[in-house]
Design a protein around this ligand. Sequence first.
Ligand code: HEM
Length: 505
Amino acid sequence: MDLLLLEKTLVALFISIVSAIAISKLRGKRFKLPPGPIALPIFGNWLQVGDDLNHKNLTQLAQKFGDIFLLRMGQRNLVVVSSPELAKQVLHTQGVEFGSRTRNVVFDIFTGKGQDMVFTVYGEHWRKMRRIMTVPFFTNKVVQQYRHGWEDEVAKVVEDVKKKPEAESHGIVLRKRLQLMMYNIMYRIMFDRRFESEEDALFVKLKALNGERSRLAQSFEYNYGDFIPILRPFLRGYLKICKEVKERRLKLFKDYFVEERKKISSIKRPDNDKLMCAIDHILDAQQKGEINEDNVLYIVENINVAAIETTLWSIEWGIAELVNHPEIQKKLRDEMDAVIEPGQQLTEPDTHKLPYLQAVIKETLRLRMAIPLLVPHMNLHDAKLDGYDIPAESKILVNAWWLANNPANWKNPEEFRPERFLEEEAKVEANGNDFRYLPFGVGRRSCPGIILALPILGITLGRLVQNFELLPPPGQSKVDTTEKGGQFSLHILKHSTIVLKPRSV
Ligand code: HEM
């Protein structure tokens, strides 16, 4: 067995060397490739740049090689763009050409090789999935149908925190309770279901499997096998774990949620659109033969990864910044006290009358962008960008964090200053109307969840500041905002302990 592996490895090594030579010839002759560090055979630039290609490291490389540069990560081409003009080219002008997603050995497992929507290539399947998901998830009607439920979920957070005396004295890790809230918000939309408490056995199981999936997918551990195909046999153990997690997770979605909902609606089929939850619409599409059962489960999988943690990270960052900037927190509270009737709790319609709250949200998404490199894009065919040739199937990263934090384009970008969005940047919206600010991307593959994420952020941060004074724990003047990045996520390294002092509304 080992001999066979060795033999295969040697053959593959030979093929890799030959193809590396061929590619370096191409680099020199036919293709005009973007600039970048000189690549070694087989490893490319991987040994020079390492695994952790986070937004900050990529910014440093952009300063050396320019707004477009190419890294060869083993056999994979990685093109990084770092200017608003080039972001516009990738996401808008050539949105079709660069509208696919990259394949990688781990994501292939979790998405059944692109049977989902988020990670599938640009084409018929993606269009169909995005269309089917729009009515149940991504319209203002959904916001209006569910916003009372969201307000109710945040009210329950406030209530639970008030019941904990330590919240007011030593502080608590609020994130844990907010995570339950985010699951409830999304599971009410998807399945008309909620979990009673953080101890609910099904919630615990679901959270653990989703956490495991995120850890496995976001880790840099598997890069070597992805970049250098001959090393893939050594990834066998890792990929086996990924397959097990994927199967257990899809089975959980199927057995406990999809099948349950089918049973409920077979007894009492909601004939009114208002009573239909998202999965009813998705199952209708399955019944019409537009999608199959696997696609249904991958839609549930996509919402679990795309919606819950991203919004939670942003809420977490918002809270950390408000704790560390008491003057901004006070200004926000004063705005709410002035606009909302005494004794009333903030509602979704109120959020539209609170420009400072909107500015706090925008500033959080700018400085602490949850997906700082967007979800990687890919060109299915050879393409051109800024006069350079981009070989087919290159991974294209848009450094959206740098676009929104480049001092050449923003005044003191390192400062958390919501006022910028009421002053010099008053016209900039989160929907991509300005290519310097793309927290949700823009164009065909942009985030359709923005329509839900912004009001959820508004209601949550608003109600917390309305009901509590948010402070660092005793003896600390600030909470730690060290960042932790994954393959394409950015979150806070240590979940903050914060003190919540109730105030009377
Ligand atoms: C603050 C919260 C969120 C942030 C910062 C965020 C950000 C993003 C970003 C940057 C992308 C990739 C854009 C690109 O590649 O060009 C994306 C894609 C996506 N997001 Fe979000 N998102 C958030 C919340 C949500 C929510 C709540 C949902 C669903 C309810 C959602 C569903 C999706 C989906 C389905 C895609 C893939 C779109 C496609 O490939 O066509 N997101 N998101």
